[in-house]
Write a protein that binds this ligand. Structure first.
Ligand code: LMR
Length: 325
């Protein structure tokens, strides 16, 4: 099959000696909000390189990192309007379009990447994906980042009660909002790209994110304490505008699908690797106090979060929760 595909691709995308003009090239604009040295940034770049190379320049994937082109709140509309063709927003951000996706945000719902992948590959995940189809989106895969950790400016967060009255930055998701508000914290929905500024001027005391995101934006330099809580999964839905997808020639669709089988697996591997490396780096830098939640503390957190599961169940039905691991 591989040889056949390679042969097809060779025929489909002849090598042109002349530089192809704008009209002859098919351009796919891929916008995202994180830095280039993050799992998403690296995978977007790898995808672009492989597509450009394998299509002999006939398809050009242009990657716009760091929210340069569109910011957090803008990229989904830009995709739906056809101004760009690909994005990979965090599942938490997709909840503004399909709120049921916030099941992934439920605290301590997943302990491993495999559990998340299995849930999304199962019947509920397929239902969530079909809800995106209904909105005019084509899902091309799930990219991991990692599990979120909690950082704070002034004191270590060991127990849920430590969060009382702290201003905590969250991604826009009702479940993330609930997760902090039921503990007496004040959740603040703030764009990723301006978070550094808000931590710096003290508008927010702390935040939750993966170590890759925290270190890539130097957020740890503004925080004194980090709690390794692994309380929530942060990953991405790789999305294309469905109208654009459907209009692509079949050989290009095939090239994209085949390339993504490889890139998606590669992305998972480097995401896990980067987040583990960042933990070692932070442990060695002596620049932030690190506390790993103990098993006993974790049980206290899980109990404190039970009402969040009830809240989700009341809104969207028990079936989403029942199939959680
Ligand atoms: C965040 O806003 O913290 C993340 O969604 C950023 C990202 O895309 O990883």
């Amino acid at each position: 099959l591989f040889l056949l595909l390679t042969a097809c691709q060779k025929n489909a995308f002849p090598i042109d000696n002349e530089q192809l003009s704008e009209e002859e090239r098919l351009v796919i604009r891929f916008s995202h909000v994180v830095g280039e040295n993050t799992p998403k940034g690296l995978a977007a770049r790898k995808f672009a390189e492989l597509i450009n190379e394998r299509s002999n320049g006939h398809v050009e994937v242009q990657v716009f990192p760091n929210g340069f082109l569109y910011k957090d709140g803008e990229e989904m509309d830009a995709l739906l309007n056809g101004d760009i063709q690909m994005i990979a927003p965090a599942t938490s951000k997709v909840t503004s379009l399909v709120p049921e996706w916030s099941v992934i945000d439920l605290p301590f719902a997943f302990s491993t990447y495999e559990e998340v992948h299995d849930y999304i590959a199962g019947p509920i995940g397929q239902r969530l994906i079909s809800k995106l189809d209904d909105k005019g989106l084509h899902t091309l895969g799930i990219w991991d980042n990692g599990f979120k950790q909690i950082s704070n400016r002034e004191f270590p967060i060991l127990l849920p009660t430590d969060l009382k009255q702290l201003n905590m930055r969250i991604m826009p998701s009702d479940i993330l909002e609930k997760q902090f508000s039921i503990l007496g914290a004040v959740p603040k929905k703030i764009d990723f790209n301006i978070l550094f500024h808000h931590l710096e001027n003290g508008d927010v005391d702390g935040q939750e994110n993966t170590l890759s995101n925290i270190t890539s934006k130097n957020l740890h330099t503004l925080q004194k304490y980090l709690t390794i809580s692994n309380h929530g999964y942060l990953g991405y839905v790789l999305l294309m505008n469905d109208e654009f997808w459907k209009e692509l020639p079949v050989d290009i669709q095939l090239l994209i699908k085949e390339t993504l089988i490889e890139v998606n697996q590669w992305e998972w591997d480097i995401a896990h690797q980067i987040n583990s490396e960042k933990l070692v780096e932070l442990e060695n830098c002596e620049c932030i106090g690190i506390h790993h939640l103990t098993e006993q503390e974790r049980l206290i957190w899980e109990e404190a979060f039970e009402p969040v599961f009830e809240y989700y169940k009341d809104r969207f039905g028990a079936e989403y929760i029942e199939l959680l691991p």
